[in-house]
Design a protein around this ligand. Structure first.
Ligand SMILES: NC(=O)c1ccc[n+]([C@@H]2O[C@H](COP(=O)([O-])OP(=O)(O)OC[C@H]3O[C@@H](n4cnc5c(N)ncnc54)[C@H](OP(=O)(O)O)[C@@H]3O)[C@@H](O)[C@H]2O)c1
Length: 312
């Protein structure tokens, strides 16, 4: 996500231009409190940002069950540090330094009946360590004295880093058969769509001269929803059409078996219904969000038509 944000900022021009400074894990490790605080404090002093966007997270959902302390440090406590650092920064114009942060559908238990979406103010009930640690981050920001805006999203994919789309492309060229769960529903969302919306939001928030310190939570996903099995079928079928010359080992939908979550038996629980209601976000920031299907086409073209540029 950080990569998509930086690429979009670099491409922004004229009156729409946004200058950005990216800090990676080497410079600002969220698990090393002192190094993190010192790097962020220095960056605030030299760059004088209006906003800090935190796109870093511990998001190894299953591994988090074995490393709860690390997950809580990175996803929870580091946000308290960030809020304090921002609060000590001198205000630019009327607004104090504001934080934009990403959270997840995993803060909900996913038990809402299929077809009903979670609103930002619905009761939260994370079931695993990852969701609990992300909720801790939301709470740290809400209790801090810097303005904060949390964007909960779901099923993120992009042409960069590790994600479901890239995993399916790899498996479809190496495995004779796939098994994918079909009882978890949500909205696949491209990092590019999130980044584009984030920049639109940053231009409008916080409202100039707003009273008190705003702490807000919004939902931000692509339009539409699907389940992981149907998503895998779409990824592989479209990819075979875009790049028929590749050595596909999965050559039909029949080779992608639909299974239930119980059969898959992942170490961490996953919400069955991850559908997030984004209508408040659309109204507040006048956004038009792409359908996941169009966002998928965009990412597959990037991955399959210029694959030599992509990190695995
Ligand atoms: N992926 C999803 O499906 C999903 C769903 C809902 C919400 N979200 C949220 O969306 C946001 C972005 O997720 P993403 O999928 O774009 O993640 P991503 O591509 O995996 O990016 C996470 C980044 O965090 C960095 N990071 C991890 N541990 C760190 C540490 N201790 N110190 C500094 N940096 C560290 C990673 O660095 P390295 O590259 O060096 O590991 C990586 O650059 C996160 O807040 C996540 O919780 C994601």
């Amino acid at each position: 996500m950080g990569n998509s944000l930086l690429r979009l900022c670099e491409a922004s021009k004229g009156s729409e231009a946004i200058e950005a400074l990216g800090l990676g894990r080497d410079q600002a490790p969220l698990d090393k409190s002192e190094q993190f605080r010192s790097a962020v404090a220095q960056a605030i002093e030299s760059f004088k940002p209006s906003h800090i966007v935190n796109a870093a997270a511990y998001n190894a959902v299953d591994q988090a069950e074995k490393e709860p302390e690390l997950a809580h440090r990175v996803n929870g406590e580091a946000l308290a540090d960030l809020s304090k650092l921002a609060a000590h920064a001198p205000a630019r114009g009327e607004n104090p330094l504001a934080i934009v942060h990403y959270s997840t559908d995993y803060v909900f238990d996913g038990q809402k009946p299929k077809g009903q979406a979670y609103a930002p103010f619905d009761p939260i009930a994370p079931e695993g360590v990852y969701g609990q640690s992300k909720l801790a981050g939301e709470q740290a920001l809400a209790q801090g004295s810097s303005p904060s805006l949390v964007l909960r999203t779901s099923w993120v994919f992009s042409d960069h880093g590790k994600n479901f789309v890239k995993t399916m492309l790899r498996l479809a060229q190496t495995q004779p058969q796939l098994r994918v769960v079909n009882d978890q529903w949500g909205a696949p969302t491209s990092a590019h769509a999130i980044a584009r919306a984030t920049l639109a939001i940053v231009r409008q928030w916080p409202i100039n001269g707003s009273r008190g310190v705003p702490h807000e939570v919004f939902h931000l996903c692509c339009e539409g929803q699907t389940n992981w099995h149907a998503f895998a079928c779409e990824i592989i079928e479209r990819s075979r059409r875009i790049a028929p010359q590749l050595n596909w080992t999965i050559t039909s939908k029949d080779m992608i078996q639909a299974i239930g979550s119980q059969e898959f038996a992942a170490p961490a629980p996953r919400p069955a219904n991850s559908h997030l209601d984004c209508s408040l976000t659309d109204q507040t920031f006048s956004l038009t969000r792409p359908h996941w299907s169009n966002a998928l086409d965009e990412v597959l073209s990037q991955l399959l038509l210029k694959p030599q540029d992509k990190a695995s």
